[in-house]
Design a protein. Structure first.
Length: 364
């Protein structure tokens, strides 16, 4: 086996601890070629599409990658910002703020972010953490609910990097935090702040990313963890079962996916006389195509066209202070026992780290 090149071991260099936040990914630009590259990697992952490669690859390369990129690029163009893809922007900010929150609590920890598909890649960011002296790395996927299609795929990418790496750091991996009290509190705070400004809806729709129903039947806990997140959030908000509707979005292909589906449910609510809905997406920690275009644009239009009068999309957690505090708590718990204190003479670097994060927080 051929291993990745590494610099000579430096004797006496203080060992560091690192955290790698991992999100799903995004194209580099809202263009058909960039989307094609992204979709080829994403839909080529056997964790995402569980169809034998001999059957799936001709469909993927012969049909999907010829027709879908241009349509998806047009959708990405409607949400693209001057800074780039919203998902990329929010994920980078989360990493910077997490570094600062940990620093404020006395932990000098390296924090980087990576994308499962696209850039920056997991392997390159793990290499960078090692180059900075990280001998212990916590991998923290930005997926609160575990699924083989997302969380396990991150583990696959880390494992692939590890197989080609001679000197491995200690590795820990966060599987889930769907019922983490501070995560639930951050979601509740986001909704309560929205309601203070805009009033309450007749129905709160909690839309999670869908997966094929077959994965539930094969033992994937994702459906149950989404339901638990929704139940805990409703209890925290004091909402009855009738006031909260749990749905699943982003279907792909002709197979049955987890139900009920988001857009048809919104149409049904409108036709049933519900005048106002608020829609939140607790499974997404950063706003992205699926929230800003699929929900805030397409689902809104479907609800209003069906007779609804008022549609509010409640943004994702993004850089909300309560969410970064929750991330910090999760990271600290999973790093327990690892040395994270500044090494002698490193206090200046810690203060600089705190200052950068505070300045970023003040901007937003």
């Amino acid at each position: 086996m051929k291993f990745r090149p590494e610099p000579p071991h430096q004797h006496g260099r203080p060992a560091r601890t690192g955290v790698l936040l991992v999100n799903l990914g995004t194209p580099d630009a809202p263009t058909a070629p960039a989307v094609r590259r992204y979709l080829a990697e994403f839909l080529g992952d056997p964790r995402v599409v569980e169809i034998p490669a001999l059957v799936w690859k001709p469909i993927l390369h012969g049909i999907i990658l010829r027709t879908r990129p241009a349509k998806s690029a047009a959708k990405y163009a409607t949400i693209w910002t001057p800074e780039g893809s919203p998902l990329a922007v929010w994920t980078a900010r989360q990493a910077a703020l997490l570094r600062g929150y940990l620093g404020e609590r006395g932990h000098r920890v390296l924090v980087r972010h990576a994308m499962r598909y696209g850039q920056p890649g997991i392997a390159s960011q793990l290499d960078a953490l090692k180059a900075e002296g990280a001998e212990r790395v916590l991998v923290l996927p930005l997926y609160p609910q575990y699924s083989g299609t997302t969380t396990a795929s991150v583990f696959d990418a880390v494992q692939a990097w590890a197989r080609s790496t001679r000197r491995l750091p200690e590795l820990r991996f966060v599987n889930r935090y769907h019922d983490e009290p501070l995560y639930i509190e951050a979601l509740a705070k986001r909704l309560l702040n929205h309601w203070m400004a805009h009033g309450r809806p007749e129905r709160l729709v909690l839309s999670f990313h869908g997966v094929p129903r077959r994965t539930l039947e094969l033992g994937d806990p994702y459906h149950c963890e989404c339901r638990k997140t929704a139940r805990l959030l409703a209890a925290r908000l004091g909402l009855s079962a009738q006031e909260v509707v749990v749905t699943f979005q982003s279907r792909f292909g002709k197979a049955e996916w987890l139900k009920p589906y988001t857009e048809p449910t919104l149409v049904e609510l409108a036709r049933g006389g519900v005048r106002r809905v608020d829609v939140a997406c607790p499974g997404f920690t950063s706003d992205c195509l699926e929230t800003l275009e699929e929900i805030a644009q397409e689902a809104r239009e479907a609800f209003l066209h069906a007779g609804g009068q008022e549609f509010h999309y409640v943004p994702c957690l993004n850089d909300q202070p309560e969410w970064i505090a929750a991330l910090c708590h999760i990271a600290m718990r999973h790093m327990a026992g690892w040395p994270t204190q500044p090494v002698p003479g490193d206090e200046a670097a810690l203060e600089q780290q705190r200052g950068r994060a505070l300045a970023l927080g003040a901007q937003h």
